[in-house]
Design a protein. Structure first.
Length: 454
């Protein structure tokens, strides 16, 4: 049975994956942050989170190039802290990447519902799963090329959105009642800033997923740094631009609890019958598709790496005749489809399904970011001679900032989302129980020098 992925991806493909994984966050999800923090409060949150991500990516790239492994954070943490460290990072990453796609799929359904009001968004979401799971199974080169094309279209569409709404932009619209819960910058506003953290993270969530394509990258020590650095800069500019222009288009409160804020913001400027609006809905789907498709690639590689190392049933590590982990792709899809149809059955802290899925995914991401930065510090001490073609700039300050802000985000998220935090812990505990029962399974897994440092 083959368990070796083929290196076929270049710098542009990796940039497309890094940006494409995230870019749906510019199209929806973030505006829920306005509902709890206001526009100005959420701007503060976003700047804080953008700082964390920038420091994180410059530090994370050192790990990705030194240990180019499909497991990404799982591989770094296992090498640094042993099997249990790998378990924590691997499960957290899996939760991040499995719970993000249902939120994106529901947004795809919401965008299509704008054009076809009779279409059930849930049915459209499931259709998206079936289409893009199939595309991922057909081969990583095909999947990555498609990802690059739709990412370029999505970036172009965001620039078009900003250009079209610019004539109607008013800064006074953006700042009106901009501190949620308070007329001035007071205690209630500060609480909103911290409560909005999951939705600011959604602007950047999953950029680290490009690390899971590292085994399939050509010359990863050269291509990955270029892809990551250009990717995070692209995303910071787009996130700030989209948020400012949407907030200045009209009444931002009308956009704060919906899955299609950009079409609705454009309506405020150009009206309901404008050709620009229809173009945004159709081409805007590319942004959602890029992330949805890319995260399917990401979660499948995490399932694959964990199964190959004996942390999950070994059948999930099997490759198709196209050299893709088809069983892992299908497994994550089944979880996502089940989550879509749980809407209305499970009420989580009064949140919509989309907001709850975003929050669950962000819990996984933050735990993984903390484990990754701890791994960076540990490996600098325990393996000083490890070949590092890219070294985190400003070490230890830059990764220290990323770690401190990630811990701050985790504390704030637990404080404001106790119920979802409890469910996240339950998932982690279930994974730990499985881990304890399958030691023999891991012992018989094939050796992996990148995980052991051998």
């Amino acid at each position: 049975m083959s368990t070796q992925l083929k290196p076929t991806l270049g710098t542009l493909h990796l940039w497309g994956i890094a940006v494409g994984l995230v870019i749906s966050g510019e199209y929806f999800g973030w505006s829920y942050g306005w509902g709890v923090a206001g526009t100005l409060g959420f701007l503060v949150t976003t700047l804080l989170v953008a700082t964390m991500y920038t420091c994180f990516i410059f530090s994370f790239t050192e790990l990705t190039t030194a240990i180019p492994h499909a497991g990404g954070p799982f591989a770094y943490s296992r090498r640094a802290f042993g099997e249990k460290g790998g378990l924590v990072a691997g499960l957290a990453t899996l939760i991040e990447f499995v719970f993000a796609p249902p939120a994106i799929a529901m947004a795809i359904g919401a965008y299509l519902n704008v054009q076809f009001p009779s279409l059930d968004p849930k049915h459209a979401a499931v259709g998206a799963y079936l289409i893009f799971m199939t595309l991922n199974i057909l081969g990583v080169s095909i999947a990555a090329t498609f990802e690059l094309i739709v990412t370029l279209l999505a970036v172009g569409e965001l620039l078009v959105f900003m250009g079209v709404v610019a004539p109607g932009f008013s800064f006074s619209n953006f700042v009106l009642n901009g501190w949620a819960g308070s007329d001035s910058f007071g205690g209630a506003a500060i609480g909103g800033i911290f409560a909005a953290i999951p939705f600011a993270i959604w602007f950047f969530l999953a950029i680290e997923g490009a690390a899971m394509a590292a085994e399939e990258a050509k010359d990863p020590k050269r291509t990955i740094p270029k892809a990551y650095v250009s990717g995070i800069l692209t995303l910071v500019v787009l996130a700030l631009g989209v948020m400012l222009f949407a907030g200045g288009a009209g009444d931002w409160k009308a956009l704060s609890g919906i899955n299609d804020p950009l079409p609705q913001a454009m309506k405020m400027v150009v009206g309901e019958n404008s050709g620009w609006l229809h173009m945004l809905v159709w081409i805007g789907l590319f942004g959602l598709v890029a992330s949805f498709h890319g995260i399917i690639l990401g979660y499948s590689r995490q399932f694959f790496a964990l199964a190959r190392a004996g942390y999950l049933p070994r059948g999930l590590a099997k490759l198709s005749r196209f050299q893709t982990p088809h069983r892992a792709i299908i497994a994550g899809g089944l979880v996502g489809i089940a989550a879509i149809y749980s809407d209305g059955l499970i009420a989580l802290q009064g949140m919509s399904l989309t907001a709850a899925m975003i929050t669950m995914s962000v819990f996984g991401a933050i735990v993984m970011y903390i484990m990754s930065m701890l791994s960076l510090f540990k490996l600098r001490r325990s393996e000083p001679d490890l070949e590092r073609s890219f070294r985190a700039p400003g070490f230890p300050v830059v990764p220290g900032i990323a770690l401190a802000l990630a811990v701050l985000c985790l504390v704030a998220m637990v404080w404001f989302n106790l119920q979802i935090a409890g469910i996240f812990l339950a998932f982690m505990a279930a994974g730990f129980v499985y881990f304890q029962l399958t030691a023999a399974h891991r012992a018989s897994a094939p050796a992996d020098a990148m995980l052991t440092g051998a």
